[in-house]
Ligand binder design. Sequence first.
Ligand SMILES: [Fe+2]
Ligand SMILES: [Fe+2]
Length: 247
Amino acid sequence: MKDILALIAEKQQTYSQLPFFQFLQDDSIHPIKRLAFAPCASPFIMSFTDLCKYILRQEPTNDKIQAILNQHTYEDDFHWQCFLEDMEKLGFNCSLQFNDALRFLWSEETKASRLLSYELYKYIAQSEPIEKLVILEAIEATANVCLSLTKQITDKLQLSNSQEYKFFGDYHLNLENTHNAHSHDLITFINNIYISEKTRQKCVGLVEKVFELFTQWTDSLLRYAQGYQLSQTSNLQLDRGQILEVA
Ligand SMILES: [Fe+2]
Ligand SMILES: [Fe+2]
C-alpha cells in the first residue's frame, strides 16, 4: 500500500496547483467572493454524508479494513451540519421557492457536483474494502488541499467579524487532520497492507479517477465563483454584509 499512498501524495501535489486553488489564494478578491463557490459545491457536500452512511459503511463486519472504513464514516458523516451553518453566516442562505431550489440543485451549473457523487458511488460500490480505503484516502487528500486554503480565508473573515466558520475553517480542518485512520498506528498498519499486483493496478486506476473527478469539480466551482463575482446579486449581498471591509 505504501506505493499507493505515495501516488496519492504525488497526485495531491499536482491537484493543489489547479486554477481554483490559485483563485482561493488571490487576496485581491474579497474573501466572501472567493468562498462563493459554496452553493455550487452543495450537492456533493451534502451527498458525501450519504456516501459515508450508506455506501462506504458496511456493518457488521469482521474485516479490519472495513472496520477502519466504518469508523472513518462516523467521523465524516455529520460535517454537512457545519456547512449549513457557514452558508448562513456567509450570506448564501438566500430565500428561494422550493422549485427554484430544485432547479438550481439539478442545473447545469451544479452538474459536476452531482456527477462527482454519482461516479464516486459507482466506484465505491464496485470495490473491495482495500480499494474503498484507497478511494477514501484520495478523497481526503483533495479535501485537505481545499480546506487548508478555505481556512486561510475564514481566518481573515474571523478577524473582522469574530464569526466562527466551522466547515470552511479551523474546526473542520482539525476534524479532518485527526481522523483515527491517520493516527500513527493505523498509518503504519495501512502502509504495510500487502496488495496483489492486480489490486495494485486497480488502485492506481481508482486514484487517477478520483483526482480526475475532483479536478473537473474544482473547474466547475471556479467557473461558478467567477460568475458570482460578476453578478449584481452578489454585490448587493456584499453591500448588505458586515464584512465588506475585509476586502
Ligand atoms: Fe469533512
Ligand atoms: Fe474526512
